[in-house]
Design a binder for this molecule. Structure first.
Ligand SMILES: C[S@@+](CC[C@H](N)C(=O)[O-])C[C@H]1O[C@@H](n2cnc3c(N)ncnc32)[C@H](O)[C@@H]1O
Ligand SMILES: [Zn+2]
Length: 369
């Protein structure tokens, strides 16, 4: 974590559902600008938050986080860095990790690889035709779809909605590829995501911090799950005129660890349908931006039936589909929708013979109240 990011952050601790918001300080003041290992301390409630491999873990319940994300963390962090109070439980959980591959597991190499491709590989200007990794084995249909739609996914519609010189926060930023598309627009960008491995990769690619894993993507499954080595340029700075302009931290949408009202634009792409309470996303996006600020949201709206039932029960009668229900949620949180796109193609390259296609709704809205 960069020391210079600290003034933008705040304590995520929840006290009877109210967020502490206290200022954070680094325990060891002599720490270098890029803090690889250390502890952040809240000046109000004295909660402590560890930094592992440069990734600050800014969540209300650090113990629960370490246990549920043990898979992502233990791949990169030696046990000696885990605070002693958590170590025994952490080791017990690690022993129980299931090796089997789960599509939704954002701490798995395979899922991160699919997002890495989505965020960092393009078709136009590509040095290698990565969608044709085994010569003469490619599917003509998949090739046609990739070449036509890949570069026009959700990340591509966002830059036109972000005003120049904005301070931007992205909630659920994943591996951080949107930053590269926004860096010309923004003066400051903070990415927040609950996946440790995704934040580690985002910092590696955009701040040049070390990453012990290998960035790979799938080709022909005959050669394994992730048979291709990914070549992505590693950027080393986020420095512009001496001003640091980018960082990524682990945090949760329910307790965003960034100062409230501190940003011009809040972005969250394709995360709302992962939340138990979708209305918490517009509420969180509203809290972190200034009055008059903008919020950008997108989603393929793959609701769990339980969540869909809750939404159906509450939404007004004239909301006929997921897109209009989500717009209604945002209006209820004080936003006015300014522009929207109903169907944006979103492709995932699962291997040489399989792609997954989603249709994504996206909009930009202004905070009015
Ligand atoms: C479907 S992925 C989308 C990633 C990226 N925004 C994109 O559009 O490619 C959803 C992301 O939201 C993150 N996420 C899910 N629930 C979250 C929560 N409660 N707080 C923070 N991040 C969350 C996941 O770790 C994942 O990176
Ligand atoms: Zn606090």
């Amino acid at each position: 974590m960069l020391k210079s990011t600290l003034p933008r952050l705040c304590c995520p601790q929840l006290h009877r559902e109210k967020q502490c918001l206290g200022a954070l300080q680094i325990k060891d003041e002599s720490a270098p600008d890029e803090i690889t290992y250390g502890t952040l301390l809240c000046s109000v409630c004295e909660s402590e938050y560890p930094i592992f491999e440069g990734v600050a873990i800014l969540v209300p319940d650090v113990r629960a986080y370490l246990l549920t994300h043990v898979k992502g963390i233990s791949k990169f962090v030696a046990d000696e860095h885990i605070p002693l109070e958590y170590l025994e439980d952490y080791q017990d959980y690690r022993n129980e990790i299931e090796e089997e591959h789960i599509e939704e597991d954002l701490e798995s190499d395979r899922v991160n690889a699919l997002y890495l491709m989505n965020h960092y590989l393009s078709v136009s200007g590509a040095e290698t035709q990565w969608w044709k990794s085994v010569p003469e084995s490619e599917s003509p249909l998949i090739t046609e779809l990739i070449e036509k739609y890949w570069d026009h996914g959700p990340l591509s519609v966002v830059p036109a909605w972000v005003p120049e010189h904005s301070a931007v926060i992205e909630l659920g930023c994943g591996v951080g590829g949107l930053y590269r598309k926004l860096k010309k627009h923004s003066d400051f960008y903070l990415g927040v995501d609950s996946s440790f491995q995704s934040i580690l990769i985002a910092r590696h690619l955009n701040l040049g911090t070390p990453y012990r894993g290998e960035l790979r993507y799938p080709g022909d499954l005959l050669y394994g799950n992730l048979s291709q080595k990914m070549e992505v340029s590693i950027e080393s700075g986020g420095q512009r005129e001496g001003k640091l302009q980018v960082d990524f931290v682990v945090g949760e949408i329910d307790a965003v660890p960034a100062i409230h009202g501190g940003f011009d634009v809040s972005i969250s792409l394709n995360a709302i349908d992962m939340l138990d309470e979708p209305k918490r996303l517009p509420e969180a996006q509203a809290r972190v931006i200034k009055s008059g600020g903008l919020c950008i949201q997108s989603g393929p709206y793959i609701w769990h039936e339980k969540i869909a039932r809750g939404l159906r029960g509450r939404a007004p009668r004239d909301t006929k589909d997921s897109a209009s229900v989500v717009e209604w949620l945002y209006r209820k949180s004080g936003f006015k929708i300014e522009d929207s796109e109903r169907h944006i193609p979103w492709l995932f390259f699962k291997h040489l013979r399989q792609i997954e296609i989603y249709s994504v709704h996206a909009f930009v809205a202004k905070k009015e109240t």
